[in-house]
Design a protein around this ligand. Structure first.
Ligand code: NDP
Length: 391
């Protein structure tokens, strides 16, 4: 039996992962399941799947978790340190599906043990790409991408020489507000931005899809994961979300990966890699789809893409700052403190303020350095938010 742990088990990716695991119960021993505030879900799944331990990141919820697990034999733990310790438990495969930079430390720890890390938490690669990839190499641990675009690129590269890659194109649906006129965007609410036309995902990534911060993170993720020069990586709008990514080779061939918009494709590929097993996902009927559209993204509408280009050039701590400021901007938007179109300017101001004070292009040598910079950038973004006011 394969020993598996799921970090962020109560979220959208976590639940889809558990759905696949439940379909083949004899194949897996669930080691650790982690969550946040959703104690009822965490305890239910931990008991049902006979996990060894359930962990919430919130120390104050330990007693609630203990009570929910009483009599089940499943251990309970809570707090950020407990989350990282859960990654020390021997596992063959770990799903990293915590949302935000909070996913970095547990994933980083898992790599130390040579564990295969299925990486949905794109923020890890944006905030600490070179460090994470170096840690994986040092411990001969494998990182398998779970973001659908990166899984698509990974699959298109099987058996290929990365040196023969001329370009990587990742696709973007345009999110919930793609048909809104530019002048209306400033008035968009979190509910407006949180209704994705194609994908069923967590609230934060859904809003990031509407602002294209999600695609910005993915451009940086592509650069870090595949080690491809920024000029070879582009994003195109593709409203149907059927083609997830394309890889162009030096002989002119362009390999496209297609699939229905269902995260169980990419999760299942990472779970079964290097094999392919039957997955309960809709099969594409090309004649029913009829057409596939592609067009250039409008950079005026999506300033996050322009910022991503700058970050890809600078590397080093720029990704850490970009992600941290984006998280603060998103929190502020969800809380109604700033408008939809105020998010990118806040991220840009944070990047520009910090780059005039510290060198962001230097290498990030340790996890502590990254976490410190993440903290500084979050504080600066909050300060800028307070001094520049709300909409
Ligand atoms: P969700 O918001 O649905 O779930 C997030 C998970 O992380 C939950 O288990 C949540 O616990 C937990 N969590 C929240 N905050 C913390 C914290 N500070 N420390 C530890 N755990 C925490 O997110 P998604 O599943 O949508 O996304 C997860 C990751 O996967 C993100 O990085 C996202 O960008 C990426 N991704 C998601 C896709 C999708 O389709 N959803 C597609 C591609 C990538 P609780 O809910 O109990 O509070």
């Amino acid at each position: 039996m394969r020993r598996v742990s799921i970090f962020g088990a109560t979220g959208s990716i976590g639940q889809n992962t558990l759905d696949l695991i439940r379909r083949d119960p004899g194949a897996y021993q669930v080691v650790a399941l982690t969550g946040g505030r959703n104690i009822a879900q965490l305890a239910r799944d931990a008991k049902d799947l006979r996990a060894e331990i359930a962990v919430t990141c919130h120390a104050g919820l330990l007693e609630d978790l203990r009570a929910a697990l009483a009599g089940s034999g499943v251990e309970a733990a809570a707090g950020e340190a407990a989350l990282v310790e859960a990654a020390d438990r021997q596992a063959d495969w770990i799903m990293s599906a915590i949302v935000g930079a909070a996913g970095l430390a547990p994933g980083f720890r898992a790599l130390r043990h040579g564990t295969t890390l299925a990486l949905a938490n794109k923020e890890s690669l944006v905030a600490a790409g070179p460090l994470l990839m170096a840690e994986a190499a040092r411990h001969a641990a494998r990182i398998l991408p779970v973001d659908s675009e990166h899984s698509a690129v990974f699959q298109a590269l099987v058996g290929e020489d990365i040196a023969a890659v001329e370009r990587i194109v990742i696709t973007a649906s345009g999110g919930a507000l793609r048909d809104w006129p530019l002048e209306r965007l400033a008035a968009a609410t979190p509910e407006d931005a949180g209704a994705h036309p194609n994908w069923d995902m967590g609230q934060r990534i859904t809003i990031d899809s509407a602002s294209m911060f999600n695609k910005a993170l993915e451009l940086i993720e592509t650069r870090e994961f595949f080690g491809i020069a920024p000029k070879k990586i582009t994003a195109v709008m593709h409203p149907q979300s059927i083609v997830h990514a394309l890889v162009g080779f030096r002989d002119g061939a362009l390999m496209a990966h297609m699939g229905s918009p269902d995260m169980r494709h990419a999760i299942g590929y990472a779970l079964n890699w290097p094999d392919r097993w039957h997955l309960p996902v809709e099969r594409i009927d090309l004649t029913r789809i009829g057409r596939l559209d592609f067009h250039e993204p409008d950079l005026q509408r999506f300033p996050a893409l322009r910022l991503a280009r700058e970050v890809m050039q600078i590397r080093g701590g720029a990704g850490t700052v970009f992600n941290a400021a984006k998280e603060i901007a998103l929190d502020a938007f969800i809380a109604g403190r700033i408008g939809f179109t105020d998010m990118a300017p806040l991220v840009e101001r944070t990047l520009s303020a910090l780059s005039s004070e510290i060198r962001l292009d230097g290498a990030m040598h340790s996890l502590e350095t990254v976490l410190d910079l993440n903290h500084v950038a979050r504080q600066r973004a909050v300060a800028l938010l307070e001094t520049t006011g709300t909409t």
